[in-house]
Design a protein around this ligand. Structure first.
Ligand code: KIV
Length: 275
């Protein structure tokens, strides 16, 4: 069933939570899309898990467009959300709308995500006015890595917690259709979830959010960089892949692959007529 922003209306299906994952290429997008997920985020986490950068700050609009194109070709059901990279919505409102538009028009995203609270309200309003649904993202916002002094749980102190509640309310007023809450205390996430009428999508924000998102490489044990506390590794596919690749390499080196099973035969007596 095709998911749209309507799937993300809180009142749509109170019984079931929203399940989202990231994807960055056609093959994985197809697999993930076949598993009943509600949304696929082409996150700027691609900078770390696909491009080998230390953080997300070097990801460009061209990187995002390239990967969103591939993902959207593989998705039939989930809502495809494209992440707006660092500096694509910070310089001017016009720039923000133009770049959001590129993710939709050139790449095929059906919604965009951007990081920030009260500081990005004008961008959210302008992008929504251009008829592009916006997913907001507060708490630990990785593009603010340098300002935050690293990847740290946010909103532990009263003032910061109140600011996040206020930010969530204002983002809803600005027109966001949902909000990612990243790495904040679970009680605060619950309070935010109860304070707004758009769904909260948690990552390291406890079980009371309206939905959850994970980076697929983390939950499948395919990324050997950071190992955040909030990630549950559902299967160690990374180790399984390494074993299969090692088996292949050894079989090639020992002359055990390919066998007749993987080889082709010449037609009838063709062998005798070869030069
Ligand atoms: O870039 C990303 O993958 C994200 C998710 C972790 C929410 O922003």
């Amino acid at each position: 069933m095709k998911r749209t922003v309507n799937t993300f209306k809180k009142s749509y299906d109170k019984e079931r939570k929203l399940a989202l994952l990231t994807a960055y290429d056609y093959g994985m997008a197809k697999i993930i899309d076949s598993c009943d997920v509600d949304g696929i985020l082409v996150g700027d986490s691609l900078g770390m898990v696909c491009l080998g950068y230390e953080n997300t700050l070097r990801v460009t609009m061209e990187d995002m467009i390239h990967h969103i194109k591939a993902v959207s070709r593989g998705v039939e059901n989930a809502l495809v959300i494209g992440d707006m990279p660092f500096m694509s919505y910070h310089i001017s409102i016009e720039d923000a709308v133009r770049n959001a538009g590129r993710l939709v028009q050139e790449a095929g995203a059906e919604a965009v995500k951007l990081e920030g609270g009260s500081d990005v309200l004008s961008q959210v309003k302008a992008i929504v006015k251009a008829q592009i649904p916006v997913m907001a993202h507060i708490g630990l916002t990785p593009q603010s890595f340098n300002m935050m002094g690293g990847y740290k749980v946010q909103g532990r102190q009263l003032e910061a917690a109140n600011k996040l509640i206020e930010d969530a309310k204002r983002l809803e007023e600005a027109g966001a259709f949902s909000i990612v809450l990243e790495c904040i205390p679970k009680d605060l996430a619950e309070k935010i979830t109860d304070s707004i009428s758009i769904p909260t999508i948690g990552i390291g924000a406890g079980p009371k959010c309206d939905g959850q998102i994970l980076v697929y490489n983390d939950m499948l044990g395919m990324y050997s960089g950071l190992k955040p506390k909030h990630v549950k590794v559902y299967s160690n596919i990374g180790d399984m892949m390494a074993k299969a690749i090692r088996d292949y390499v050894n079989e090639v080196k020992d002359g055990d692959f390919p066998t007749d099973d993987q080889s082709f035969k010449i037609a009838n007596d063709g062998l005798n007529k070869l030069y």
